[in-house]
Design a protein around this ligand. Structure first.
Ligand code: SF4
Ligand code: SF4
Length: 309
């Protein structure tokens, strides 16, 4: 199914090599890493079968990575178990910051992630429904960083329980009050029910925009320490608004384009659709030198000379 949606997306954006390549990579990641390799290992009765998907599904998105049963399974899984443990930690601590520095969070959100892949393909007809209001942006910042803090707290408590061999902390049951609510509220209800089921109401990237702790983590790097930016050739912009309409992350791209200001936003997933739907070729996704990514020169807008933020 994921391949059919992917092919439909490729057909729609066939004029763009960027969309063709990222969709092919997304399909390969889903087909092989999420389904075929775990299935084949399971068919061969390999104990590592359920770890295989961890190759691209890591903490904090994979919220059970540090839970006792998962840690025990990896510890008892021999060299492969150890590999998955080290790989999972390295992805979070090293690979993600390095790749996000060079490429922005798009390397994961738009090229690898299953949630992002579903949003890009099955959710494509709904991308224009993302809320563009300032209030939505404020809510987004509170919610997504709130979830990031939430998973840090839950994981710290779970690790405390694991290493101290305790089922409670300050008299509070860890499973009932930490692991279970996070799994239900964030892991199932938010990412699954709201994140996918509400595409036709809230747009295609509700989970990625408001709830994903990994997106929040990468967004911090993208905003403050990354080479990624979308450059805008403001003089060419005709203010048609296509870019803002089709931004699934609710970014008012036109606002930046009119001012010739680079877009450096933590929420941008680098899908590139704003660039593809622009009739004037104003927008370009780039990874140039870090010091040049924020431009603040004044440009002329109508009769007003505006000093940019
Ligand atoms: S600003 Fe452009 S590249 Fe970024 S999320 Fe929006 S549409 Fe995608
Ligand atoms: S789609 Fe292009 S021309 Fe239209 S508002 Fe956006 S940047 Fe300007």
């Amino acid at each position: 199914m994921v391949c059919l949606w992917g092919l439909k997306f490729i057909l729609k954006y066939r004029h763009s090599r960027y969309h063709i390549w990222r969709t092919v990579v997304l399909m390969i990641c889903q087909l092989f890493l999420a389904f075929l390799i775990p299935e084949i290992l399971e068919g061969l009765n390999q104990e590592q079968a359920y770890f295989a998907k961890d190759l691209k599904f890591f903490w904090p998105l994979n919220y059970y990575f540090f839970e006792d049963w998962h840690l025990n399974a990896m510890a008892e899984g021999g060299s492969m178990g150890m590999f998955y443990l080290v790989w999972g930690i390295a992805l979070f601590l090293l690979v993600t910051p390095i790749l996000t520095y060079f490429l922005g969070k798009r390397w994961y959100c738009s090229w690898v992630c299953g949630c992002g892949g579903l949003a890009e393909t099955a959710g494509d007809p709904f991308r224009h429904l993302s809320d563009k209001r300032l209030s939505a942006w404020k809510l987004e910042r509170w919610l997504i960083h709130g979830v990031l803090v939430y998973i840090f707290v839950v994981t710290a408590v779970v690790l405390y329980g694991y290493f101290s061999n305790q089922s409670q902390i300050f008299g509070i049951d860890i499973y009932t009050w930490f692991r279970k609510p996070y799994g239900f509220l964030i892991g199932a209800a938010f990412s699954g029910v709201i994140g996918v089921g509400f595409y036709p109401l809230l747009g295609s990237r509700v989970w990625c925009r408001f709830g994903c702790p990994l997106a929040a983590y990468m967004g911090i790097f993208q905003r403050f320490k990354s080479r990624f930016r979308i450059t805008t050739n403001g003089g060419q912009c005709i203010s048609c608004g296509n870019c803002s309409t089709y931004c699934e992350q609710g970014i008012d791209v036109r606002w930046y384009a009119q001012r010739g200001q680079n877009i450096v936003r933590s929420s941008c997933v680098g899908c590139g659709v704003c660039s593809s739907v622009c009739p004037r070729g104003v927008l370009k996704l780039e990874n140039g030198p870090e010091q040049d990514r924020i431009n603040d020169k004044p440009i002329l807008i109508g009769r007003d000379d505006v000093r940019l933020l």
